[in-house]
Design a binder for this molecule. Structure first.
Ligand code: TRP
Length: 336
């Protein structure tokens, strides 16, 4: 499967929660761009979700949905390896090896571990502690060079580099050091509709637009967005909540429409009700086809399972190669 000369990108997608337009513009859109130029391994991180003991019955619908939503957004399972982490037994095997070079002290110092341990003191399990080693195995198993992740994952990625270095130092050059894939100026922040921070899976669901939201729900959420009074002075600077509405419009509306509202803002004739109505309709136009496609894919279980199997076959081909090399370098090669 390895196409000569293409650099390797690996990224894990959480299996919990519904995808929202912040995920779309922040991550998925970049995945879609990368699939053209890189050898991409994208997977649903279902093992990672076990650190918080999810209900067994919820795993399958969550995994199906996240795959379907990514495909509906334009991820092409023919171009990338799209798979489920638990279909690749080589990952837990490498995870075991990497755990031998991950120190308790450094794992305990990880910010995400400290946060989760504080939030759930009754469930500080070893899987939670070694979350960064599993994530490192996800990446190193394909000799991943670039990982498109947000700021919150940078510390984990740094640990992946540390484990790669340690392995290489002890057992000889095996793994390249993975680096964050930086989209630089293209990285957009998607503001939430309540004027507080950005859209997020876990915070205010009424201020977040999900790819699974119905048309009416989208309209309802957008119409409730915080706006305030129209400006009274010509060409004033925009309050943050208004800046946010314009930012959201920039994602989905025609330039001429945005221009028109800009003009009305500048000459104090803007009516935020009209602006929100427009934004709502443009969001509906953007989200509805993705939602419908995602639903159709989720209903077609045999199609989805075919995609998962094809992705797993591609991923296992690369994983088996790396693992054989790691085992050999460690001295676990008793039959040759
Ligand atoms: N930890 C990542 C998150 O919470 C998900 C993830 C798991 C991941 N394994 C990965 C991301 C490997 C990139 C590479 O979003």
């Amino acid at each position: 499967m390895h196409i000569m000369g293409k650099e390797i990108v690996v990224s894990g997608i959480r299996s919990t929660g519904f995808l929202h337009i912040g995920n779309y513009f922040g991550a998925i859109k970049n995945y879609i761009r990368m699939q053209e130029d890189y050898q991409c391994y994208f997977f649903v991180a279902d093992y990672h979700s076990l650190t918080t003991h999810p209900d067994p019955a919820s795993l399958k619908p969550n995994v199906y949905r996240v795959l379907a939503e990514n495909i509906a957004c334009g991820l092409d399972p023919e171009k990338v390896a799209l798979y489920v982490q638990s279909d690749i037994p080589e990952i837990p095997e490498l995870y075991l090896m990497l755990n031998m070079m991950a120190y308790k002290g450094e794992l305990e110092k990880t910010a995400s571990f400290k946060d989760k341990a504080r939030a759930n003191p009754e469930n500080v399990n070893a899987g939670l502690l070694t979350y960064p080693t599993l994530m490192s195995a996800d990446i190193l198993i394909h000799k991943g060079q670039f990982v498109p992740v947000g700021k919150d994952q940078e510390q984990h990625l740094e640990m992946a580099r540390t484990f790669a270095q340690r392995f290489n130092f002890r057992y000889g050059d095996t793994f390249p050091e993975p680096h964050p894939f930086n989209f630089g100026a293209d990285l957009v922040k998607i503001p939430s509709l309540d004027g507080k921070g950005k859209m997020s899976k876990s915070e205010n669901e009424n201020a977040t637009l999900y790819l699974a939201d119905t048309d009416d729900l989208i309209r309802k959420k957008v119409m409730k967005a915080v706006s305030g009074d129209a400006p009274t002075e010509m060409n004033s600077s925009k309050p943050e909540v208004i800046e946010n509405l314009f930012s959201l419009m920039n994602l989905v509306s025609e330039p001429a429409i945005i221009e028109n509202f800009e003009t009305h803002f500048n000459n104090c004739t803007i009516r935020y009700g009209d602006m929100k109505k427009q934004l709502a309709e443009d969001m509906v136009k953007f989200i509805a086809p993705i939602r419908e496609k995602a639903i159709a894919i989720q209903e077609d279980t045999s199609y989805l399972q075919g995609i998962m199997k094809m992705g797993a076959a591609k991923a296992r081909e690369s994983a088996a190669k790396t693992l054989a090399e790691a085992r050999k370098n460690m001295g676990i090669n008793f039959y040759c």
